[in-house]
Write a protein that binds this ligand. Structure first.
Ligand SMILES: Cc1cc2nc3c(=O)[nH]c(=O)nc-3n(C[C@H](O)[C@H](O)[C@H](O)COP(=O)(O)OP(=O)(O)OC[C@H]3O[C@@H](n4cnc5c(N)ncnc54)[C@H](O)[C@@H]3O)c2cc1C
Length: 473
């Protein structure tokens, strides 16, 4: 970032009226809650969780077999968690970026990129078919350097990206500032395909409507408390009732461990925080020159992501990825004044021409982080339950792929997806607490130090790199 010294006073003032809720969820378009389950029902498939993973699983199950009897059980309301609180970058990448994918899945990447591209096309097709009004815009994206070291290896990165089908280009300072004007930006990579911007809550609510129209029975404010094998199927206790289902799908993200403890070895809840400005005035918007409206992020290890909304606000999030010792997931962490202040200061330092702009919303959400930064999959209850988790901050698009994998696993069909190493392998587990907290906090401190130190990774990070381990949001 250029001028890191934007005053704390003006940052604090810019936040004074910010509502502590997700801008996307704070919308007149939010549907009223559906009743909780209050009886004993049967189903072919019970889907647990009404985020993108659960919604896609339910909808695709009905598309695969319109006669299937599908119920979806959501602990609160559809889309209230990560799926309604994110940046709305809908990427084709299934692997948290192709660089991470190449490191972990090597030879499989051409297939994973093709499947990811098809997945993004499938999302666009669903949005069109069901007429989901969610501002889906295939803008591509900008990866922006704010310090020289962040461009080390950028030529190679562009060459690798092109080989995998990305329309990518290296830009110098003038080139990047012509895309988005900040004197803090010194170069970057522009990619014009494989990413769309979306209003995530309206996508979730549109998928909810599509599910209901397809005949999925959705119960809200209806947490599933237990899942047990019974005879040839499963019994779920939920809300004030019970579901007897032949199969179940778990799409509960960072909240999965209470229902399936083994997943707690591989995912940790990491909190990520976001600001949204008021709508910009025409002169403010013109001062940015953000004509192509591409989603953007900067290239530090601790990075910000930023984008425009349909009504010309700026969403600005990321940087601190916070693990609270012990891994608690309580709602009290959904706001963090310290991180929101830091984000506001960074925003004003990046765009000093926007001094005086105020933030209307400041919120946080919990990310299901795993040590390989990309989803993993599995089954339990003798193959009658399947799950997908661990998207680590890039699940808006990849959750649809995860839903396809869940349905493949439940059907027992061998598909191109189930043959993938990515699907058959698991991330390296996190150690148990209290060592887990110590390891994660040491890693966070080292990552912050690397950013202050021209990207130089200390012995701890180099050791983790060698082991293929990491921590990210
Ligand atoms: C601040 C933030 C910014 C992000 N930005 C981006 C981005 O720009 N692009 C991107 O690709 N990804 C982003 N992500 C990640 C992305 O939002 C997630 O990967 C994705 O939404 C995960 O969807 P999910 O359905 O698996 O989980 P969730 O959306 O968390 O849904 C899980 C659901 O399960 C429900 N549930 C939990 N337990 C139970 C139970 N016992 N019974 C019934 N229901 C239960 C929960 O209430 C919840 O609704 C971001 C995440 C956050 C938090």
């Amino acid at each position: 970032m250029g001028n890191k010294t934007a005053s704390a006073g003006s940052a604090a003032r810019s936040l004074a009226d910010a509502k502590p809720v997700s801008f996307w969820l704070d919308s007149p378009g939010a549907p009223g809650a559906l009743p909780a389950l209050s009886e004993r029902v049967t189903a072919d498939l019970a889907v647990i969780g009404g985020g993108f993973t659960g919604l896609w699983t339910a909808l695709l199950a009905k598309e695969r077999d319109p006669g299937a009897d599908v119920v979806l059980l959501e602990a609160k309301t559809v889309g209230h968690a990560a799926s309604g609180r994110n940046g709305g970058f809908c990427s084709a990448s299934l692997t948290h970026g192709f660089g991470n994918g190449l490191e972990r899945f090597g030879d499989e990447m051409p297939a994973l990129e093709r499947l990811g591209d098809e997945n993004l096309a499938g999302i666009a097709d669903t949005i069109a078919r069901y007429q989901i009004d969610c501002d889906f815009q295939p803008t591509g994206e900008l990866s922006i350097a704010t310090a020289g070291w962040q461009l080390d290896g950028a030529w190679d990165e562009v060459a690798q990206a092109r080989a995998l089908g990305y329309e990518a280009e290296l830009l110098d300072a003038d080139g990047i500032r012509a895309e988005l004007n900040s004197s803090a930006f010194i170069g970057g990579i522009r990619t014009t395909n494989r990413n769309a911007m979306v209003d995530p809550a309206r996508l979730a609510w549109g998928l909810r409507r599509a599910c209901l129209e397809a005949g999925v029975r959705i119960y809200e404010n209806c947490p599933v408390r237990s899942v047990a094998s019974q005879g040839p199927g499963l019994t779920l206790t939920a809300g004030y009732g019970e579901v007897r289902a032949a199969r179940a799908a778990l799409g509960t993200g960072a909240f999965t461990p209470p229902l399936l403890r083994r997943v707690g070895n591989w995912v940790v809840p990491v909190w990520d925080y976001v600001l949204m400005t008021e709508p910009l005035t025409a002169p403010q918007l013109a001062s940015l020159g953000w004509t192509h409206r591409r989603g953007a992020s900067d290239r530090g290890n601790q990075f910000h992501y930023f984008r425009l909304t349909a009504d010309n606000r700026i969403l600005w999030g990321g940087y601190d990825a916070v693990y609270y010792n012990g891994g608690r997931r309580t709602d009290e962490y959904a706001t963090s004044p310290a991180t929101h202040l830091k984000l506001a200061q960074h925003f004003l330092a990046t765009f000093p021409q926007l001094e005086g702009v105020r933030f209307s919303h400041a919120w946080g959400g919990v990310i299901d982080t795993c040590s390989r930064f990309s989803a993993f999959f599995g089954t339990a209850h003798r193959g009658r339950l399947a799950y997908a988790a661990g998207y680590t901050g890039l699940g808006v698009g990849a959750t649809r792929f995860g839903a396809q994998v869940i349905l493949d696993l439940l059907s027992g069909d061998q598909t191109e997806r189930t043959a993938l190493t990515m699907v058959r392998s698991k991330p390296v587990p996190f150690p148990p607490e209290p060592l887990r907290s110590a390891v994660i906090q040491a890693t966070r401190a080292s990552i912050a130090r690397a950013d202050r130190n021209e990207g130089r990774r200390d012995l701890w990070l180099r050791t983790l790199d060698r082991l293929g381990l990491g921590f990210d949001s």
